[in-house]
Design a binder for this molecule. Structure first.
Ligand SMILES: [Ca+2]
Length: 257
């Protein structure tokens, strides 16, 4: 119920429109160890986050994580919304699909969207450990990584077709592990950071192409123990990274599927 109020609060909608108020970090914090608020959807329904004007923002704790080894946390400062999820299962370096989380987004504006999550390392002080999870967008038209110089990679084992921009490339395989269309998606900062990169030591940003309006699934599964994820956004070319990751922007509205 609390989440329902948060999502549909006119106050937050005003925040979204005005983009001039303080961020909402801490507005809805719960004591550590408390149960997360439940979404106001029927038991067999999923919340669907609605893209508007080329942007959608999702609280990572909105997924049904109850039967997984993702740990709901509110005792790590700096999260937004209701909390964060930390992968507390075994390291799954070569095996995507453990602790599968699914998120639904309704795309109304077809196009190419960049994916970015806000995450942190919750174990230790090494920025290359406890810093990654698996990511797949299986029903997009295309799902790929791209460097600023235009170089493109596709997840290993993907069944999605390539985009025409990579037709001249001889190698489109990312460095490091991957399987069944999943990208190993990493960040490199002990503290909170908006970064989702793929291909080891050769960071590519991650994109999905949605050619038709519709409801799409974002899949995340556990890889490195201690990787904590707060939020993710998908945004099209109308937004800079800074605009898309501004704290002032509230979570997208939801419907129930
Ligand atoms: Ca959150």
């Amino acid at each position: 119920m609390k989440r329902f109020i948060l999502l549909f609060s006119p106050f937050l909608i005003i925040l979204f429109i005005s983009s001039c108020s303080k961020d909402d970090d801490g507005d809805d914090q719960l004591p550590s160890g408390s149960n997360p608020p439940t979404l106001d959807c029927p038991d067999d329904g999923n919340p669907v986050f609605i893209e508007d004007s080329g942007f959608v923002k999702v609280d990572f704790t909105s997924a049904d994580f109850t039967v997984t080894d993702w740990s709901f946390q509110t005792n790590i400062p700096g999260y937004s919304g209701n909390g964060l999820l930390v992968w507390n299962g075994p390291n799954s370096m070569g095996n995507p699909g453990n602790g599968l989380l699914t998120f639904k987004v309704q795309i109304n504006t077809p196009g190419t969207y960049r994916f970015l999550w806000r995450s942190k390392i919750t174990i230790g002080n090494n920025n290359t450990e406890h810093n990654d999870s698996w990511l797949r967008i299986p029903d997009a038209a295309h799902f790929f990584g791209m460097k600023n110089n235009g170089h493109i990679v596709y997840p290993k084992g993907t069944e999605l077709p390539p985009i025409s921009e990579s037709s001249e490339q001889t190698d489109t395989e990312p460095n490091g592990s991957g399987r069944d269309g999943w990208f190993k998606a990493y960040m490199n900062n002990v503290d909170w950071k908006w970064q989702t990169s793929t291909s080891d030591h050769d960071a590519h940003n991650i994109f999905a192409v949605f050619t038709q309006p519709g409801i799409y699934t974002i899949e995340v599964s556990g890889r490195s123990q201690g990787h904590g994820i707060d939020t993710f956004v998908l945004f099209n070319e109308d937004y800079s990274q800074n605009e898309a990751t501004a704290d002032e922007i509230g979570f997208s509205e939801t419907e129930c599927e």
